[in-house]
Design a protein around this ligand. Sequence first.
Ligand code: ZN
Length: 176
Amino acid sequence: MHEIVMQKHPSAHVSLSRNVQNDLLKDVCQRPNIEACGLLLGSSDEQGNWQIEQVYPMHNIYTSPVYFEFSPEELLDAELAHPGEIVGVYHSHPTGLATASSTDRENMQRVNCEEDIPWVWLIISGPFNDVFQHKQNIKSSVTAYHHYKKLGLRQITVQFTEKNVAVPAVDSEPIG
Ligand SMILES: [Zn+2]
């Protein structure tokens, strides 16, 4: 196996609001021994940057420390509940691997290029021990990726913002 040199995209970034940082931290610490995983809700702009506003934890149906997969039913439920809002996916690496695994890279290429879904990918690397939990800070543990059709896989700059994006307190009832 050889080391892959990851180039950064020259300008693209993903920004994580304060509540997103907190919720990611909470999720990876609540299930520290398996890959925590879920969806990232928010928006993307015309420059190709992502703004993440909400974390949507999902079950890892493999409950594995080195692999994650969503259940298709849960993913469909999320897509129906949040149409057009899913802009990325996150998962954790409890073993501490700080970069995308070969499986991750295959998934990124398949989803971003073959399936044409413009998700950004966040990886939160552990280990999620007492030291990590005590820090209450995930800034040094998050890596982001996107597989561009022309450029290939690129690491994306992560911006940590202090502002919270207002989330409606109560979901409106469906009509009809
Ligand atoms: Zn991974």
